[in-house]
Design a protein around this ligand. Structure first.
Ligand code: ARG
Length: 613
């Protein structure tokens, strides 16, 4: 089941149009043969979605066809609309077609939309968006990748939650997905850490409750003191060289920093509910770089420049790719090139996504260009080429505005100066704030603690996924936690409310639903959004951006709220559960389907959907 309901109707409208043109204008068909303009494929491509929902679900602008038809627009639209009616005779006039000034508009018959959409959602235990479009394809997604010996700051939040969500989305679409965490556990900064720990390190603090804070303190101190004492930098370079050479003392210390950090990070992942299939840091590539450097060398692509080893790139907006420094130390870029090669050998990926901030876009361009040069030089065939499979999934900045602080100004973070907003603190604050609200508003709620965590953390996650990924995010507590705004809590609350309606309702008879009971505009709008949900999921996958799901869920929740608030002819609220059994049954089916889709969508975003809150 790979296409959404609306896709099926779109296709049948295109097919009806093609057939109607063929029958109405046989001369044209005969004279132009299989003119592509009149093929169902071509027509399908040209169908539009009217902005004004009053105009129906699909529209064909007929102007491009007029030239071939030698007729006036109203005549053409009237003939085609009539012909489509005839073609549908006997099978229920699924599509109501009408000509309106140069357009042929089609609307899915309300009962048909209700029947197909709800049958499809309620008739299966599979995820509503499940499909097999990704069958046989492997996609690697690398995300999070924080740096060892540094605090897990809010700067790594966005990559973590975008990647985690993409992993879930792509799985649902049938791809084989490998979610990778690639911690920054190698590089010259570890030389600095080793030297700093040798001078100012405190064993007791490293074993204490805040080891990372201690590591950050001495790292900051290193930078401060190195300004007046450059010999520190020389010592750091030497320490990193020792580490690269496998010196046991340096290695043991590094290993400790690494273990401590990974343990701290895991706490944050557990809170966020974030998972990986593979954790391999930069250090894993230590013994995998030289082979690639040798290949680049054999291909005649490497050059020496002031003692360093580089590859010059054809794109002169990019600096040359630096593979080794003059002291022989390898670089971040060297490791990424080797990493792409290793991952391809291991997984044979069709695509490899790197969810990393926009600031690193030149880095990934360099990486891709080096691979391209190498693959061109080696005459690789398409199925061996890695370069074209790599995609940098970039995203904008987070500006954190803390109203609780005096200035309330946006904070920009720099680890070197020790300014970090700890992600764990942000999550704990969110949970605490939600707990306060719940204790005030629903003191009798069972599982208050679990729900506070689900909602607080869900709110933080949603704040990152509710804007397009390339847009900067401003994080403000009152916006993120607002239960009525366009927030995670609002969606969770809508979900819980739907769940509560169902808890207190008679069981739904899914066999005998009177579809005609769902013909009001408010209900039809919900049905359209339900029908289009799989397309929102596919669009998230296409753009590697969970945003389209967030947006779709917000639309759906607010459309459903209009169903709740709908007033009947008597001016009274049209209650979901009324004494009209057949109507109650149909409306409950709508509630159940909406709850399913909101719950599933939240799940794809990596957000819990509580039944009660
Ligand atoms: N550790 C890096 C950082 O925090 C991100 C790593 C991104 N991934 C990669 N393959 N380069 O900036």
């Amino acid at each position: 089941m790979s296409t959404g309901i609306t896709d099926q109707y779109r296709r049948s409208f295109a097919e009806l149009l093609a057939e109607a043109f063929r029958q109405e204008y046989p001369e044209l068909h005969a004279s132009l043969g299989d003119v592509e303009l009149f093929s169902a494929e071509e027509l399908l491509d040209r169908l539009e979605r009217p902005k004004d929902p009053g105009m129906g679900h699909f529209a064909l602008p007929i102007f491009p066809w007029l030239r071939h038809l030698r007729a006036k627009p109203p005549e053409v639209t009237a003939r085609i609309a009539e012909r489509i009616r005839t073609l549908q005779a006997g099978n229920g006039q699924t599509l109501a077609v009408e000509g309106v000034s140069g357009f042929l508009n089609a609307r899915i018959a309300p009962e048909q939309l209700a029947a197909d959409t709800l049958d499809r959602i309620l008739g299966t235990d599979q995820p509503v968006a499940a499909s097999d479009e990704g069958a046989g394809q492997t996609i690697l997604i690398e995300y999070s990748s924080p740096n060892i010996a540094k605090p897990f700051g809010i700067g790594h939040l966005r990559t973590t939650v975008i990647g985690n969500s993409l992993r879930r989305i792509l799985r649902t679409l049938g791809y084989t997905v490998v979610g990778i965490n690639y911690p920054g556990d190698w590089g010259t900064q570890f030389g600095k850490m080793i030297v700093a720990f040798g001078i100012w390190g405190d064993e007791a603090k490293l074993d204490g409750p805040e080891p990372i804070k201690h590591l950050l303190d001495i790292y900051v101190r290193f930078h401060a003191e190195a300004e007046s004492d450059p010999s520190l930098d020389d010592r750091a370079r030497e320490a990193f060289r020792q580490l690269e050479d496998g010196d046991p003392g340096a290695t043991t210390l590094w290993q400790r920093f690494r273990d401590i950090s990974l343990r701290e990070f895991q706490r944050v992942y557990d809170m966020l509910g974030v998972e990986f299939d593979l954790v391999v840091g930069e250090s894993f590539l230590n013994d995998k770089m030289q082979v690639v450097i040798d290949r680049l060398h054999a291909a005649g692509l490497t050059k020496e420049s002031r003692g360093a080893l580089i590859v010059e790139l054809p794109d002169d907006r990019l600096p040359p790719a630096l593979l080794k420094k003059s002291d022989g130390a390898t670089l971040y870029l060297t490791r990424d090139i080797a990493g792409a090669v290793w991952r391809f050998a291991e997984y044979g990926y069709t695509q490899s996504l790197y969810v990393v901030g926009t600031a690193q876009s030149d880095h990934f361009k360099q990486c891709v260009q080096v691979l391209k040069l190498l693959e061109d030089a080696e005459g690789s065939s398409d199925d061996q080429r890695i370069g074209p499979r790599i995609r940098h999934i970039d995203f904008g900045w987070i500006k954190f505005i803390d109203e609780d602080s005096e200035s309330g100004s946006a904070k920009v973070m720099s680890t070197r100066k020790g300014q970090v907003i700890l992600l764990e603190e942000v999550l704990n604050t969110a949970v605490g704030k939600v707990r306060d609200v719940i204790e005030e508003k629903s003191p009798n709620l069972p599982n208050r603690e679990t729900v506070s965590a689900q909602v607080g953390i869900g709110a933080v996650i949603f704040s990152q996924l509710s804007v397009r990924r390339q847009t900067d995010v401003t994080f403000k507590w009152d916006e993120v936690l607002n239960f009525d705004g366009e927030t995670g809590p609002y969606l969770q609350y809508t979900h819980a409310r739907l769940a509560s309606v169902l808890r207190n309702a008679p069981t739904i008879d899914t066999v005998a639903i009177a579809w005609g009971e769902l013909n009001h505009a408010e209900e039809q709008r919900v049905l359209e959004l339900l029908a289009d949900y799989p397309e929102a999921v596919r669009s998230a996958a296409r753009n590697s951006d969970p945003y389209s799901i967030s947006l779709h869920l917000l639309k759906l929740a607010s459309a459903f709220n209009r169903v709740y608030q709908r007033k009947g002819e008597d001016g009274k609220i049209d209650k979901i559960i009324s004494d009209n059994d057949s109507r109650t049954n149909a409306r409950l089916a709508l509630v159940a389907a909406t709850k399913r889709v909101i719950g599933e969508g939240l799940n794809l975003l990596g957000i819990a959907a509580p039944e009660e809150m």
